[in-house]
Ligand binder design. Structure first.
Ligand SMILES: *[C@@H]1O[C@H](CO)[C@@H](O)[C@H](O)[C@H]1NC(C)=O
Ligand SMILES: *[C@@H]1O[C@H](CO)[C@@H](O)[C@H](O)[C@H]1NC(C)=O
Ligand SMILES: *[C@@H]1O[C@H](CO)[C@@H](O)[C@H](O)[C@H]1NC(C)=O
Ligand SMILES: *[C@@H]1O[C@H](CO)[C@@H](O)[C@H](O)[C@H]1NC(C)=O
Ligand SMILES: *[C@@H]1O[C@H](CO)[C@@H](O)[C@H](O)[C@H]1NC(C)=O
Ligand SMILES: *[C@@H]1O[C@H](CO)[C@@H](O)[C@H](O)[C@H]1NC(C)=O
Ligand SMILES: *[C@@H]1O[C@H](CO)[C@@H](O)[C@H](O)[C@H]1NC(C)=O
Length: 402
């Protein structure tokens, strides 16, 4: 900064002088008035101070104007031989580089950086700050085919207008949904025959969904008769659940004990499984676990989980076992809400799509891929952890868990 100031005064000596002379003359003028008309001394003070004040304003303005010009590489060199060096220094000084900005945006002044977004629709005219009359606090997404429209209609009605509704269409049908009144305020994303986790990875980036306190990423085949979203959120807040799901009606075939709805509690976080299934009672599938069909995440948990989702493992099998790596302590912050529960209707939707196109072999193919993805995900996670510990020089086999 020192060089910078010096450069300015070197280049504009005359203007500075003019200002000083003017201030001096003004003061003398005021003084003379004071001397000549002693009775007006109060006025004198007023005039003098306002004069000085105005002059120093002008001086500041000139200095400011000069520095603007000084920063401009177009100004011709005036005096010293190393002026161009100084000029270079000044240009460097005006170069913006903010390491704390998002990666790739370091050259922007932080005040203009908008690193997060949302799904709030806006108007085409009027004042932008008056666009949003109501700001939803939560997000719910359903991955849907038009065949399930009645089920989705029933589900959407369980979510208040505090929710943004986002539909991922895997069958290419979107405008058909306009028969429902809520469809026009929903966001529709259409990509042919993709899975929930494929959409989630691509359209639910943590910085896009950042305004939403809770994010529901749900399948289309869920019965919601005994579910209300606002009540659900009250319960997950009360019990401090970062990752959760509604309990599943036990009258339908269930895979896991943990996600089974209990009648005697609001929320539960652990269970016992078949002998040998849980090497640790605080780990999946005995605790710290929800299934992938109807998970609910806080925005912080989702920021972590989004990063864990693999771009090529589109069915999401195995992610449920990895969720616990994103919250701490997982067995307390992951749980099942019993008081608001759902029914897993088990409509093989995307599987059906495969079937209708290629016959039963394709449907089996989907199933097989799901299982293969599960073991691939597991292997990747293990390898990533091993690589991390190796780099840190830690031998995890020496550290026995309690
Ligand atoms: C300055 O002038 C204002 C009226 O313009 C007067 O009220 C105030 O008392 C004066 N102040 C001094 C210090 O003379
Ligand atoms: C000082 O500047 C203000 C406006 O910035 C003006 O209203 C006022 O008359 C000026 N005073 C003198 C003494 O020039
Ligand atoms: C400083 O620049 C502004 C415009 O950038 C101009 O309006 C103003 O008169 C200038 N002041 C002086 C003292 O040159
Ligand atoms: C700048 O130029 C002057 C002579 O014009 C010289 O004495 C001085 O060493 C130079 N400074 C630098 C940093 O080059
Ligand atoms: C430019 O700035 C650097 C440090 O910021 C200083 O060492 C160097 O002397 C400056 N050069 C000129 C010509 O002012
Ligand atoms: C939406 O959220 C606000 C604030 O939490 C709450 O007062 C209101 O009741 C909610 N709306 C509905 C329909 O539940
Ligand atoms: C870890 O255990 C291996 C043998 O299993 C031993 O050779 C090694 O020194 C141990 N490392 C530490 C840090 O205790």
């Amino acid at each position: 900064m020192g060089n910078f100031e010096r450069g300015v005064s070197v280049k504009r000596p005359n203007e500075t002088m003019i200002v000083l002379v003017a201030v001096f003359v003004g003061s003398v003028f005021g003084f003379l008035i004071g001397v000549s008309f002693p009775k007006l001394s109060l006025t004198k003070l007023n005039i003098t101070s306002s004069l000085i004040c105005n002059f120093s304003n002008v001086a500041n303005e000139i200095r400011r104007n000069s520095s603007q010009i000084g920063g401009d590489a177009m100004t011709p060199p005036i005096e010293s031989a190393n002026n161009s060096h100084q000029m270079q220094n000044m240009t460097d000084l005006l170069k913006i580089w903010v390491p704390s900005n998002p990666r790739g945006a370091e050259t922007l002044p932080p005040g203009i950086v908008a690193s997060e977004s949302d799904f709030f629709p806006r108007r085409l005219s009027g004042k932008p700050n008056e666009d949003l009359t109501h700001i939803p606090k939560y997000l719910v997404t359903f991955t849907v085919g038009y065949d399930q429209k009645n089920n989705i209609d029933a589900a959407v009605k369980k979510f208040s207008d505090n929710f943004t509704i986002l539909l991922f269409h895997y069958d290419g049908k979107t405008s058909e949904w306009d028969e429902f009144e809520w469809s026009k305020r929903a966001i529709h994303v259409s990509a042919y025959k993709q899975t929930k986790w494929w959409y989630a990875k691509r359209f639910l980036h943590p910085s896009i969904v950042a305004p939403y306190e809770y994010i529901f990423i749900w399948d289309e085949d869920l019965g919601v008769e005994h579910f209300d979203a606002e009540e659900y959120i009250k319960l997950v807040k009360k019990h401090g659940l970062e990752i959760s799901q509604p309990g599943l009606d036990p009258s339908r075939g269930l895979t896991w004990q943990l996600t089974k709805r209990r009648e005697d509690s609001e929320v539960h976080k652990e269970t016992t499984e078949k002998p040998g299934w849980c090497r640790d009672p605080h780990l999946p599938p005995c605790a710290a676990f929800v299934e992938i069909m109807a998970p609910v995440f806080t925005r912080d948990a989702w920021r972590c989980i989004w990063h864990m989702i693999q771009n090529d493992l589109v069915h999401g099998w195995g992610i449920d076992f990895g969720l616990q790596k994103c919250v701490e302590p997982a067995h307390e912050k992951i749980g099942v809400v019993d008081a608001q529960w759902i029914v897993h209707l088990s409509v093989p939707s995307l599987g059906n799509q495969g079937e209708s196109e290629n016959g039963q072999a394709a449907w089996r193919g989907v199933r097989e891929r799901c299982k293969r993805e599960w073991s691939t995900f597991q292997r990747r996670m293990e390898n990533a952890e091993k690589a991390y510990y190796k780099e840190k020089g830690i031998d995890p086999s020496n550290i026995t868990k309690p």
